[in-house]
Design a protein around this ligand. Structure first.
Ligand code: CU
Length: 226
């Protein structure tokens, strides 16, 4: 078949290119317009004899349910998000025979280091199906700092083989958008992309609340979870 004049031919070539440029700029704008906010309150269960003076919750296990006490929740946005540009690294320290923090939320793929800041040995391990590991006995001067990469989403209970009272929880989430509530249940998540998502609140190993949210750029949505 003989090609028509050069003008229409140029047009047909140019159109897909234009479409590609428009798509690319839309994608960029989408990332740049991550300006939505959601805030609200999670209905937390009653505390179990929580010491009111202490702002620091402990991790308790009762009837097979692992929960922070006094209760707090981890609120997160579930959806399809671009993978992290670079692997994140964070820390769960051992200090004064305790984990700091005791409750840690991370995105999948994050490496957690477990530096020992005490002058005794610790032996951090987990039997959780989400992530089983045993770092063995290590001291403060251990190099490199013992750590683990958490690839799968789920709950990981962290313990120390030497100090039975040491408990911590890592919640591995397949999202970059999460926050721990205050003990009053209040939360605020900023810098969110517009769209329709599930907003979830992890309360304990048996309880996660959820509701659908529709986020708009530059707008703050009030959304309570109960
Ligand atoms: Cu220990």
């Amino acid at each position: 078949m003989k090609l028509p004049t050069s003008l229409p031919r140029a047009r047909t070539l140019r159109l897909p290119l234009l479409a590609a440029i428009v798509l690319a700029s839309t994608a960029t704008n989408h990332a740049q317009n991550a300006t939505a906010v959601v805030e609200g309150t999670v209905a937390l269960p009653a505390g179990r004899n929580a010491p009111v003076v202490s702002q620091r919750y402990e991790i308790v296990s009762r009837g097979g349910v692992v929960a922070p006490n006094p209760p707090v929740a981890i609120v997160y946005l579930e959806g399809e998000f671009a993978p992290a540009k670079e692997a994140a690294v964070t820390q769960m320290q051992q200090r004064d025979l305790d984990f700091e923090p005791r409750l840690l939320a991370i995105r999948t793929g994050t490496r957690v280091e477990f530096p020992n800041l005490d002058d005794v040995y610790h032996n951090v391990f987990s039997y959780s199906p989400t992530k089983r590991f045993d770092l063995g006995r290590f001291r403060a001067d251990e190099t490199p700092v013992p750590g683990q990469v958490f690839e799968r989403p789920g709950l990981v209970t962290i313990r120390c083989d030497i100090h039975d009272h040491m408990r911590a929880v890592i919640l591995v989430l397949d999202t970059p958008y999460f926050v721990v509530t205050g003990t009053d249940g209040r939360f605020r998540l900023e810098g969110l992309p517009a769209g329709r998502y599930l907003l979830k609140a992890w309360i304990d190993s048996r309880t996660t609340l959820e509701r659908e949210v529709i986020l708009e750029s530059g707008a703050t949505l009030q959304a309570d979870l109960r």
